[in-house]
Design a protein around this ligand. Structure first.
Ligand SMILES: [Zn+2]
Length: 271
């Protein structure tokens, strides 16, 4: 497997988007990245003349999928992934899989097999790809190295995110290949750490609701994310809202108005 790192490093993409190139004779690519001609050229170079048959796309965010069209036009590869949700934020609406794919579906490639694992949470159409022969999971933005993904409600969903993580625990994994950052070699430990991190954050939000409630998102984020750098607070607010919506669905918190409203007050549900 080769990794082609895109030159789109930023606050949201870390060192840049990873594009993975699989195979020996007939090739597959995971996440073509943004529509940047230099990156498409780099992928074509990694293929070094071998035919590209399959393009796997974890989700339709701007740093993962828009390069698909150019790569498909150059190679005629099949595009595998889940279609973008309607009306969701930050979506690459141009992304079009070749057909409707299903959770658990297995794609037989030349010498290897890739299983689709639907992992909603970061966004609803997120899918991880399991390279079965190696127990290697391509995690897109579901599991990142060195940071935790933003959950973007209402399309992104914290309850789904945690359930998706739990589901991955059942797989025979050897390593995780994230959309951003380096390969991780202790998948079970990484997944447990992520779940623990989310539950600890949830507890911090419950404490903030106890101390400050009824309170707005702006008031709650200061206490519940006091360990997060100030420039990341706008993103922390999105994940805070995802946590609050989960607490609301769990029957533990309530809002006095529309969940996404800036003036909406959140409070703990007393039983
Ligand atoms: Zn993303």
């Amino acid at each position: 497997m080769q990794r082609v790192l895109c030159a789109n490093a930023s606050m949201m993409t870390g060192p840049g988007t990873n594009t993975y190139v699989l195979g020996e004779r007939e090739m597959a690519v995971v996440d073509p990245g943004p529509a940047m001609p230099a990156h498409t050229d780099a992928i074509m170079q990694a293929l070094s003349g071998r035919p590209l048959k399959w393009i796997f796309v974890t989700h339709s965010h701007g740093d993962h999928s828009p390069g698909t069209a150019a790569l498909q036009a150059l190679t005629g590869a099949s595009v595998i992934g889940f279609a973008p949700p309607q009306d969701a934020l930050y979506q690459d609406a141009s992304f079009t899989p070749d057909r409707l794919f299903l959770d658990g579906e297995r794609i037989t490639c030349d010498g290897f097999t890739v299983q689709l694992i639907h992992t909603p949470g970061h966004v609803s159409n997120h899918v991880c790809f399991l390279l079965e022969e190696d127990g290697l999971l391509f995690t897109g933005d579901h599991i990142l190295q060195g940071t935790t993904p933003v959950i973007l409600p209402p399309d992104g969903d914290m309850r789904d995110y945690l359930a998706s993580l739990e589901q991955l625990r059942e797989l025979p994994l050897q390593a995780l290949a994230p959309g951003h950052g380096d390969i991780m070699h202790e998948p079970a430990q990484m997944i447990s750490t992520l779940i623990r991190h989310r539950l600890r954050r949830e507890q911090k939000i419950v404490t903030a609701l106890q101390d400050l409630g009824p309170a707005t998102l702006d008031e709650l984020v200061v206490q519940a994310y006091d360990d997060v750098a100030e420039h990341l607070i706008p993103w922390a607010k999105k994940t805070l809202l995802a946590h609050l919506i989960k607490l609301q669905r769990d029957g533990r918190a309530s809002a006095d108005g529309d969940a996404t409203g800036a003036a909406t007050q959140w409070y703990l549900q007393r039983d």
